[in-house]
Design a protein around this ligand. Structure first.
Ligand code: SF4
Length: 698
């Protein structure tokens, strides 16, 4: 009998529904799920190649201790003993988890509960820190909660869609297809792309603003000032639903049109046209992604955008609003369970004593973390200087993806005890593990993920577990049991965990917290298996409740008002005589993260087969390098050697390099060895853009 399973793509934050078909002989094919409300059957190249990436080549099939096959009991006993010993000897701050937006919500929930509620430390951070933590910080500053107000449909209903720091065509391809189709149907719709590089996304733009890197705060502060001068502020909305307008304007009002031109490098006509479009169009959606978030001023950029939407009351109504696009399949689910070092669970705040008390009572936990833990960059620094004695890395490859990657590798190598749970045996990170645990991959594991529009969908298993692989939540629960916490982690399966997570979101939540899926508390396994994609919030008794937030205010600060945030443009030029170029990193269309899965598909690799440095023809001429010749990219941090790709899409003085490749594909291709570990002061998100570098022919 042929088997058809409705599941969800494991790559980007669009969160497309997928139907996987398994034939009697075991062949797997995938197609888009026409009933999934986020993609209506569409898939991009990565999603449609999923069946080509699920072979068992390179999989870890058994637990290993120091490179030798071990039993689950021996491996888990050792993990429990080492973590218990570190906590007993050096305190809870001496252990850490580094997890991933690739985990399912159920895995994430158990990891967060064990670290924050039972170890008593908040040293759990995630690769989502590298992705959208500036948006989280910006949302919390403005809204009082990490709430994405809108839905994907808003991009289709808007008359003006602004894409700031987002190469939607390559990084969220199905959402781009929805936008492009809407624009074709309604040619009056305008699209503005804000990006230093002329990406494929800019091909549908009515206006492409090739701003200098990191000058978004000036651009949007100037817009805020322009809205005030042109009487475009929604005074009623501002008076009823916000505070801090005067203070924010006092700062933005000092940013003159001339200063914006000077900082951004834009032609005056383009800037005028952008400000005119925003001022005169009622239905505006501003999407922002890594070009905004991955910056030392990422949180300020987010708030500069939010200020403009709050000032015009363009939020929460169909076709209006600011919209953070998450990079990963479950970055949002991780936020919901509190999988960041500075969050608690169910969008509660670790700094808030009432929230801590509430979560501790709900969990029946012995020792709740009392202060935020170490964020990703600081976490690996603590590993490097010996403060962290035991580290558990799950479903991520920080030796390739973290900034200052060589230092991260050295830290992991020197750490007294490292556990890695993954599906592949030979990742750059896995080779430093003392204990290697085989996890389930896509198609084998079961749980939920949340996409960028707050839609929770099921990932369902349709393949047998290979070898002795086990779910990540099971590994964590088994370690918890061995450490004496068995009663609180006695889960039979992911349904139990999801049900507990849903109940916690509703616990003592009389509409005071945004995240509430209480309607799904106490689910039976059958009901869990049948869950259709839904958007939160879904409080008990209110299934299919509101899908948008804040049209009529109702923010989550104690006075229920949003906050304008006074944001000031900062110095953004990092170049100097010995490092005269600027490096921006990003993704290519057909690869995902560190290529541990997409790298298996010959079809996907045929799009772009090698890492590259994209540069402008005149820069190439001055350096004396031709297309496909090798160039050396050097920063104060490190160096990489890749082929030159010479295009007019690139601005002069600026280089683009993709993040995916590692040294196993090409010598010195790990671009994060070049990127320093500079972070945003509010979010702790690393600045993966605007790095000062030199470029020379190699
Ligand atoms: Fe998967 Fe994203 Fe492509 Fe959809 S757009 S198929 S979620 S990679």
């Amino acid at each position: 009998m042929e088997k058809k399973v409705h599941t969800t793509c494991p790559y980007c934050g669009v969160g497309c529904g997928v139907i996987a078909t398994v034939t009697r002989k075991g062949a797997v094919s995938v197609k888009g799920d026409p009933e999934h409300p986020s993609n209506y059957g569409w898939l991009c190249s990565k999603g449609s190649a999923l069946a080509e990436t699920i072979d068992l080549d390179g999989r870890i099939l058994h637990p290993e201790i120091d490179g030798r096959q071990a039993s689950w009991d021996d491996a888990l006993d050792l993990v429990a003993d080492k973590f218990a010993a570190a906590i007993a000897e050096h305190g809870p701050g001496s252990v850490a988890f580094y997890v991933s937006g690739q985990l399912l919500t159920e895995d994430y929930y158990v990891a967060n509960k064990l670290m924050k509620g039972f170890f008593g430390s908040a040293n759990i951070d995630t690769n989502s820190r590298l992705c959208m933590s500036s948006s989280v910080a910006g949302h919390r500053r403005a809204f009082g909660a990490d709430t994405v107000p809108g839905v994907y449909e808003d991009l289709e209903l808007a008359d003006l869609v602004i894409l700031a720091g987002s190469n939607l065509a390559w990084c969220h391809p199905v959402l781009y297809q929805r936008l492009a189709a809407a624009k074709e149907n309604r040619p009056g719709m305008k699209v503005v792309v804000i990006d230093p590089r002329r990406t494929m996304t800019a091909d549908i733009a009515d206006l492409h603003l090739a701003i200098r890197p990191d000058t978004d705060v000036a651009l949007f502060a100037g817009l805020f000032s322009h809205l005030v001068s042109n009487d475009a502020v929604d005074q009623n909305y501002v008076a009823a639903n916000t505070s801090g307008f005067a203070e924010a304007f006092a700062v933005a009002g000092c940013v003159s049109f001339g200063e914006v031109l000077e900082r951004t490098g834009l032609p005056s006509m383009q800037l005028r046209e952008f400000y005119r479009l925003f001022t005169t169009t009622e239905k505006v959606v501003t999407c922002y992604s890594q070009g905004v978030n991955q910056s030392s001023s990422g949180t300020d950029k987010v708030n500069a955008i939010l200020n403009c939407h709050l000032a015009t009351g363009r939020i929460g109504r169909p076709g209006t609003g600011p919209f953070s696009l998450t990079g990963q399949p479950n970055a949002m689910g991780g936020r919901e369970v509190g999988g960041l070092a500075n969050m608690l669970a169910a969008h509660m705040a670790i700094e808030n004593a009432e929230d801590r008390d509430r979560v501790q009572r709900f969990w029946g936990s012995p020792a709740i973390a009392e202060r935020p833990g170490l964020k990703a960059v600081d976490l690996f620094r603590a590993v490097a200087d010996g403060r962290v004695k035991a580290l558990w890395i799950m479903a991520t490859n920080p030796v390739v993806s973290m900034p200052d990657a060589d230092a991260v590798e050295a830290a992991i190598r020197a750490c007294p005890f490292v556990v890695v749970s993954d599906i592949l045996r030979q990742t750059d990170t896995a080779r430093h593990a003392h204990v290697l645990l085989p996890s389930l991959g896509w198609g084998e594991k079961s749980g939920t993920v949340t996409n960028s529009e707050r839609r929770i969908s099921r990932q369902r298993a349709f393949l047998d577990p290979p070898g002795e692989a086990q779910a990540d939540w099971w590994q964590l629960a088994e370690v918890a049991r061995r450490m004496g916490f068995g009663r609180a982690f006695a889960y039979e399966g992911p349904a139990d965990i999801f049900s507990e997570h849903a109940a916690l979101s509703a616990f003592e939540n009389a509409g005071t917290r945004d995240f509430d899926i209480g309607a799904y508390g106490g689910l039976t396994i059958n009901a869990y298996n049948e869950i259709a994609p839904f958007q939160w919030p879904q409080p008990a008794g209110q299934v299919n409740s509101e899908t948008r937030f804040f049209a009529d205010g109702g923010f989550y600060h104690t006075d229920r008002k949003a906050r304008f945030v006074a944001v000031k443009p900062r110095e953004t030029d990092r170049t100097r005589p010995d490092y005269p170029f600027t490096l921006n990193t990003g993704r290519v269309r057909d690869q995902w993260h560190t290529m541990t899965r997409t790298g298996k598909s010959a079809r996907l690799s045929s799009h772009i087969a090698e890492p590259f440095a994209e540069l402008h023809p005149r820069d190439a001429m001055e350096i004396g390098v031709g297309n496909a010749e090798l160039v050396e990219i050097r920063s104060q941090q490190g160096r990489a050697i890749v082929r030159a790709l010479i295009t007019e899409r690139q601005a002069r003085g600026s280089i683009f390099m993709p993040i995916h490749w590692n040294d196993q594909f090409a010598a010195r291709a790990r671009i994060n060895t070049v990127v320093p570990a500079t972070t945003d002061e509010f979010s702790g998100q690393p600045a993966s853009k605007n790095v000062a570098i030199s470029v020379r022919r190699f």
